[in-house]
Structure formats: C-alpha cells, structure tokens
Design a binder for this molecule. Structure first.
Ligand code: PRP
Length: 229
C-alpha cells in the first residue's frame, strides 16, 4: 500500500483533507449496515469539509479588515466573494449533485452547470457514457469546481474534464476537481491527461477490485446517497 506522501509526490496538484473528523465519519459511510438516511447525514458532514477545502483552492487576494478591537488584520478574500461571476460549480450527474449542494449551501448564488455521465456497469471496463450537457455561458472565463464524490477508473472525470477543456475552452489550471474518495488508478488517469487540474479528495484508498469498485471503499456513493441500492 502506498502512503499519502507518495500520492502527493506523484500528483503535486493533489490536496487531501487533513481533518481529525474524517476518521469516524468515514467509518460510518464505509459500513455496509449504515442506512441510506444515515449515509446522507454522515456524508453531508464530510462533504461540508470537502466543499470548504475546494472553495479555499479558488484564487484569493490579500485583504485587510479592521477588527472590533480597532486593529487592522491582513487576511485574504476569495474570488467567490470579490468576483462571483468568475466562479461556477459543475456536477457529474448523478452522485455529483450531492456535493454540488454542499457547495451551494456555502455559496448560495453560485452559477451551476451539469454533465450527465454514467459508468456502463454492464461492461467490464465500466467506461463512461455521456448523455447531456448544460453549462453556464462564458464558462471559458471562469474558475470551475467540478464535483463527483468518487474517482475510480477516472473514466467519468476525464470525460467531464475533456468536455470542459477541449469543447468549452476552460483553462485546466482554473479547474478544481473535488471528490470524497479516490484511488491511485483514477488519480493517474486524471493527472496524466490534465496535469494542471487541481484535485481535492478526502481519502485515497489503495486499489480497485475486478469490478472497478474502490477498495475497501464504500460501495456505490450515488446509490447509497439517493437510496437506490
Ligand atoms: C460513479 C461515481 C462517478 C463514477 C466513478 O457514478 O459517482 O461518477 O462512478 O467511476 P469512474 O472513475 O470509474 O468513472 P455512476 O456512473 O455509478 O453513477 P451515479 O452517479 O448515478 O451513481
């Protein structure tokens, strides 16, 4: 099993969350006996942390405020606050909609785009199939937070990134891809094709099984979140 440090040296644009809260929250969502209702509860707590971390990767500017104790404090301000028209969030339907809502709870007016991409579960390669696109106008000028809770083979996320970069002209260095759980194969697939895309993940699991499920993983995130297992 490779260490977290190995993943960061092979993927310099990878950020993993460093929160003590994740250990018990992940145990809950990994447990096959956790009901869909509880899965939603615990995964929302995880996605709130992930959403804040993804938003923190947006560009910032130095910003000085005066505190109530009448001293100045030099901090920073996010482009999401200074220039909200320059930011959008795009979800990979269906599971990505769960994480999209966590972003929208933090930035309620954010522009939203959707890409409907599903894995072909009846094939052995589990290749991604794209069926629908709806993106904000002028997305080629924006910073984009791309949401999908799972990065397994990387087929779905590479297809989404190809649509954003190759078809719509988004600058890959302005894309932040947020996922709850990933594995080395998916990380390699995305970073080889889109090296300047920033990836933020809560957890890197060691491998996939023959069915292309992340191991030990947590099953199918979309089915568990939307209660269709
Ligand atoms: C899951 C997941 C990702 C994809 C990851 O979606 O949400 O989109 O698989 O796998 P990959 O990296 O091998 O492409 P799925 O197609 O099961 O649809 P869902 O969102 O409806 O669950």
């Amino acid at each position: 099993m490779s260490s977290d440090q190995d993943h960061h040296s092979s993927h310099p644009n990878l950020t993993t969350l460093n929160s003590r809260a994740l250990a018990s929250l992940f145990t809950k969502i990994r447990d096959r006996d956790t009901t869909s209702k509880d899965f939603v509860h615990y995964s929302k707590r995880i996605m709130r942390l992930l959403a804040e971390e993804a938003i923190a990767l947006l560009p910032t500017l130095p910003y000085t405020v005066i505190t109530p104790t009448n001293v100045s404090f030099i901090g920073q301000i996010s482009v999401a606050d200074t220039d909200p028209d320059m930011v959008c969030v795009v979800s990979i339907i269906r599971a990505g909609d769960s994480l999209l809502e966590s972003i929208r709870e933090i930035i309620p007016g954010i522009r939203v785009g959707k890409l409907w991409i599903q894995r072909n579960e009846s094939s052995s390669a589990k290749e991604a199939v794209h069926s629908c696109t709806k993106l904000p106008k002028n997305i080629d000028n924006m910073n984009v937070i791309l949401c999908d809770p799972m990065l397994a083979t990387g087929g779905s996320s590479c297809m989404a990134l190809s649509i954003l970069v190759d078809e719509y002209g988004v600058d890959p260095s302005k894309i932040i891809f947020a996922n709850v759980i990933c594995c080395p194969e998916g990380l390699v697939a995305v970073t080889e094709r889109f090296p300047s895309v920033k990836i933020v993940s809560c957890w890197v699991d060691p491998e996939m099984n023959e069915e292309k499920f992340i191991m030990p993983g947590l099953g199918d995130y979309g089915d568990r979140f939307f209660n269709t297992a």
